[in-house]
Write a protein that binds this ligand. Structure first.
Ligand SMILES: [Fe+2]
Ligand SMILES: [Fe+2]
Length: 350
């Protein structure tokens, strides 16, 4: 009787940890075949932001096993029970094994038709990272963390197959920053770190927030809008009146929802880097100012703003806000109300 293993997931992107798991699965159970099944949309999760065909191709370039597009072809949420039923029809004689993670086992009774799944396949539970077992040490990486590393332009060769990495680079997947924007982000990271050191904020967090602050800048407005709505902070009239500030709000949503960033200081520094708000914290203000004094900036009075920033952070913020107000007035465009609120708060203390 043919023994077939099934390994499903979002694979966004698939990494060497997945590959090692699939091989361990095959060897442990002496499987004749392992079928890799990328999900169109995993239950209880938002649809992956990466196109189906790219995740499929990345799977092909990661696993030494066949990749099935059966879930990608099925519209809507991908349920394992549907997949197993379909496979049972195709291979009436085979014995099926389903690979799941330790964390998935705890919630298995919440899966759709879980009892039927157990009648169609036997479960094989993979040990959690840090809990090596039977010669298998899970790789300490997740797709979420990998997406953040790729976004930051870090070297990911240790986590991805060379073929998958080449495809990601070629198609610029998971890299929303253009090379120019990445350069600006690195300069802003350096400036943010320096200001944080100067004024006593957490310099590592300021550096990271600086690197990430414009991550949603190239995203179409509709995509920014959808992300913020999904994040539970939908746009209001002030955002629709000032669409150019919205990449900051979308950046926060993107980092939290798509890249696993949970640090509130980093998220809020990204969120408020375009408008500011009345209760600006020191780390938020460091990133706000860093964005305008970074080494790549060359507007006429940038040296003056840099000198102000080195001397008195609030004075630099006031100067920047007054500049923004004047520019908006000349363009006949409204100023975001959060910027006005912060300006009044600053004038009260400066
Ligand atoms: Fe920005
Ligand atoms: Fe920026």
């Amino acid at each position: 009787m043919m023994r077939i293993g099934i390994f499903g997931g979002s694979f966004n992107p698939p990494h060497l940890g997945h590959r090692a798991a699939a091989l361990f699965f095959q060897q442990s159970l002496a499987l004749d075949e392992v079928l890799i099944v990328p999900a169109k949309q995993a239950p209880l999760k938002a649809a992956p932001g990466t196109p189906d065909e790219d995740r499929f191709e990345l799977c092909r370039r990661t696993f030494p096993f066949p990749v099935s597009d059966m879930e990608l072809r099925r519209p809507g949420v991908s349920y394992t029970a549907d997949t197993l039923r379909e496979l049972r029809g195709q291979y009436p004689q085979a014995r099926f094994f389903l690979l799941i993670g330790e964390d998935q086992r705890e919630n298995f009774h919440r899966w759709k038709d879980w009892e039927e799944i157990l009648s169609l396949a036997e479960l094989f539970v993979l040990p959690r990272a840090g809990e090596g077992r039977d010669g298998f040490a899970p790789m300490d990486i997740s797709s979420t963390r990998l997406r953040l590393k790729l976004l930051l332009g870090e070297d990911c060769a240790a986590y991805l197959s060379p073929e998958a990495l080449a495809y990601i680079d070629e198609k610029r997947l998971y890299q929303p920053l253009t090379p120019e924007r990445l350069h600006h982000s690195r300069c802003a990271a350096e400036a943010g770190q320096a200001l944080a050191l100067r004024y006593g904020a957490d310099s590592e967090k300021a550096r990271l927030a600086g690197l990430l602050h414009d991550c949603a800048k190239s995203m179409p407005f509709e995509a920014q809008e959808a992300l913020c709505a999904r994040y539970g902070k939908p746009f209001g009239p002030a955002e629709y009146a000032s669409p150019q500030v919205c990449h900051a709000f979308a950046g926060e949503a993107f980092l939290a929802l798509e890249c696993g960033v949970a640090d509130p200081e980093i998220l809020s520094a990204v969120r408020w880097h375009t408008t500011g708000h009345a209760g600006m914290t020191l780390p938020e203000e460091c990133v706000f100012v860093a964005d305008l004094v970074s080494a790549d900036r060359d507007y006429p009075d940038v040296e003056h703003v840099r000198a102000l920033a080195a001397e008195n952070l609030h004075a630099a913020s006031v100067y920047i806000l007054e500049y923004v107000f004047a520019k908006k007035k000349a363009q006949g465009k409204p100023v975001h109300p959060d910027s006005i609120a912060w300006y009044h708060a600053l004038k009260g203390v400066i």
